[in-house]
Structure formats: C-alpha cells, structure tokens
Design a protein around this ligand. Structure first.
Ligand SMILES: N=c1c2ncn([C@@H]3O[C@H](COP(=O)(O)OP(=O)(O)OP(=O)(O)O)[C@@H](O)[C@H]3O)c2ncn1[C@@H]1O[C@H](COP(=O)(O)O)[C@@H](O)[C@H]1O
Length: 120
C-alpha cells in the first residue's frame, strides 16, 4: 500500500526493502555535512554517541511498553531500529546481515538454541 503522506516511499508491504532503503540513505549521509544531516552529525560525534542513542531509545521503548501506549511503542521502536542501523553501518553491516541471522534461527526453538550454547 502506498504511504499517503509520502507517495514516493517504498511499499510498506516489503519491510526488508524499507530497511535496505533506509540503510542506503544512512550510508550516503555518513559523509554529508553534519550541519545538514542528523546521521552525519551523529557519525561525526563518534561511536560512543551512537551507542548512547541506542541505549536511550531502548529505554524509551521500555517506558512506552510499560505504559502500554501502542502508538508510542511503534514510535520508539522506529527510533531504536533507526539508531541500530547507524551502529551497524559503523561496522560495514546492514539489515541484510541481521535478517540473515534471523533466517538462520528460523525453526530453531530459543530454548533449544540456548541448550546448545557452549558454556562461557
Ligand atoms: N528515520 C530517521 C529518524 N528517526 C529518528 N530520527 C532523529 O533522531 C533524533 C533523536 O531523536 P530523539 O527523540 O532522541 O530526539 P532528541 O532527544 O531531541 O535528540 P538528541 O538531541 O538527543 O540527538 C531526532 O532528531 C530525530 O529526528 C531520525 N532522523 C532521520 N531518519 C531517517 O534518516 C534519513 C536521513 O536523515 P538526515 O541524516 O537528517 O538527512 C531521513 O530521511 C529519515 O529517513
């Protein structure tokens, strides 16, 4: 379905395309002018600032969920995914890497996977 507020946005029925498109914008903006791009500004501040944002957004998601505010949960989850993509980009990684890991886990029970882990 076309996004009525942004008809040129990718079809929301294909979530991985949306994540890939956002990751491509992030990759391009990393080298942009920090006064004109939020991504460039955060990248310019360095890894600690990116990680701080991920921590903040995760906490805000927790608070929204504790409040049971569905709209706010979606808003904060979007912030968290966005900032996670920035951290991934810092290491030359992207949504396809995470999606591949999720696909690898498909059909493997979390309890089974945990039991197979080597003791650390
Ligand atoms: N998806 C996002 C996105 N989500 C959140 N944000 C920004 O993330 C920032 C942090 O959000 P907060 O709620 O924590 O706001 P804040 O506490 O006031 O921010 P800080 O001062 O702590 O950084 C805000 O400035 C948001 O606008 C985003 N900024 C950009 N994008 C995407 O990234 C693209 C490139 O953006 P630019 O790099 O700015 O061109 C955009 O076209 C969008 O598609």
């Amino acid at each position: 379905m076309t996004n009525p507020s942004n008809p040129s946005a990718p079809d929301s029925s294909d979530s991985s395309d949306t994540l890939r498109a956002l990751a491509a914008v992030i990759a391009e903006r990393r080298a942009a002018d920090p006064s004109k791009s939020y991504v460039a500004k955060l990248v310019h501040k360095g890894l600690d600032s990116m990680l701080k944002k991920v921590g903040e957004e995760a906490t805000e998601l927790v608070i929204a969920a504790k409040d049971g505010d569905r709209e706010q949960i979606v808003y904060e989850a979007a912030d968290l995914w966005f900032h996670s993509l920035i951290v991934l980009s810092q290491f030359g990684l992207g949504p396809d890497d995470v999606l591949a890991e999720l696909r690898r886990r498909e059909g493997l029970s979390g309890l089974q996977e945990f039991a197979q882990r080597k003791p650390s």
